[in-house]
Design a protein around this ligand. Structure first.
Ligand SMILES: Cc1ncc(COP(=O)(O)O)c(C=O)c1O
Length: 386
């Protein structure tokens, strides 16, 4: 009797998924090129170059005394901390294993074959992945040709009765582009009440005071809004995996039905609750990012590259403006990425985001930024000399 091929039992839309490509780990590059780990500079995953907040570290170490026990499955203390910090009812908060988990919970809850999931070209890869894993139809809308970011008019036109979810990162990754709060608010107001807007604010803490807006306030009159936030970026807790979503209590209740019971571990819960109130660390991270953004923009512009204006903790570099390079047929972004790896600098090629001639570079410390600029100068001389 021939047994059925197990892998064929997985739905076609699952078998067609191209796995997420993350930033390359320091250890891998050190092994491959014979560097010690501290010789490698990683500017590839939009992490905080200052590490984690000292208050968070203390809280995490205290929590490590009790790891024989399961975490609090309802995250009572972390939810209380978020509620207190932002003046929110606790029944509007969902905790996630990174904000990535919140995005997945949205997909599990609202997407299925027969409905549409709408997002812009060059938007965060997880929207496409979560959509594809659910069997929903992906409706990918052209980006704004100037900013390469979200075009609200184009997104509005793509919304129909079939649209269950529309995804919008603000600031957007990998472009760094930003939409003013009032424009996003107007877009939300125009959405059908049966379409959920996922407003992904993973980078919101890097916004300057004049750009800031409070989307949590919109949840009260917009039950079709979910705001997601991350502790991986400005708070420096990427390795612990913790984020959260804020939405109407009925949406929150649904997300919690599909959530794993213990999706956020004890160390992450304790660290995140403390990090929220370490204003000094947040401010230092913000200032470090502003200084690094200026340093990278100046250095890259002086080398003749294009730098898109960024509101995040990374820059998107347009390599093609420098003219044709010696790339032996590979895409420009991939060629520069590989050449930088050999010099011990990890960046992020974004060909998988439909941007083969760009490179995304996370903002590091002054020394890391300088190491990147130096390595790029050498790579540029090799690739663009005639
Ligand atoms: C726009 C955006 N949203 C969400 C995430 C997920 O972050 P995390 O799961 O670490 O909170 C990222 C990570 O890079 C991102 O760029």
């Amino acid at each position: 009797m021939s047994s059925p091929d197990l892998t064929q039992r997985a739905p076609d839309y699952v078998r067609a998924i191209a796995p997420y490509q993350g930033g390359r780990p320091i250890g891998e590059i050190a092994r491959r090129f014979g560097f010690s780990e501290d010789q490698v500079v990683k500017l590839a995953s939009n992490e905080n170059p200052l590490g984690m907040s000292p208050q968070a570290k203390k809280a995490m170490l205290r929590a490590s005394e009790d790891l024989g026990r399961y975490p609090d499955g309802n995250g009572f203390e972390l939810k209380q901390a978020i509620a207190k910090k932002f003046g929110l009812p606790e029944n509007t908060i969902t905790l996630g294993n990174g904000s990535n988990d919140i995005l997945e919970l949205v997909a599990h809850t609202f997407l299925k074959p027969g409905v549409d999931s709408v997002y812009s070209d060059h938007s965060f890869a997880v929207y496409a992945l979560a959509t594809q894993a659910s069997g929903a139809r992906a409706v990918v809308v052209p980006a704004d040709p100037q900013t390469l970011g979200n075009d609200l008019v184009a997104l509005s036109k793509a919304i129909s009765d079939q649209t269950a979810v529309v995804w919008l990162a603000n600031p957007n990754n990998p472009t760094g582009s930003f939409l003013p709060g009032p424009a996003v608010r107007a877009f939300l107001k125009d959405l059908p009440s049966s379409t959920l807007l996922v407003l992904d604010e993973a980078y919101t803490e890097f916004l300057s005071p004049e750009d800031r807006y409070n989307a949590f306030e919109w949840v009260g009159d917009s039950p079709n809004l979910l705001v997601s936030r991350s502790f991986s970026k400005a708070y420096g807790l990427a390795g612990l995996r913790v984020g959260y979503g804020v939405a109407h209590s009925e949406v929150t209740d649904l997300l919690n039905r599909v959530r794993q019971p213990f999706n956020v571990n004890s160390l992450a819960q304790a660290a995140a609750a403390a990090a929220l109130f370490d204003d000094e660390f947040l401010e230092t991270s913000y200032n470090c990012n502003r200084a690094g953004l200026a340093q990278l923009t100046t250095g890259l512009t002086a080398m003749g590259f294009g730098v898109l204006p960024s509101r995040g903790n990374f820059v998107l570099v347009d390599l093609a403006v420098r003219g044709p390079a010696k790339t032996s047929g590979a895409a420009l972004g991939a060629s520069v990425f590989e050449a930088l790896l050999a010099k011990g600098v990890i960046t992020r090629p974004v060909g998988n985001y439909g941007l083969p001639n760009h490179l995304r570079v996370s903002i590091g410390t002054a020394a890391e930024n300088q190491a990147f600029l130096q390595a790029l100068q050498a790579v540029t001389t090799a690739l663009w000399s005639c």
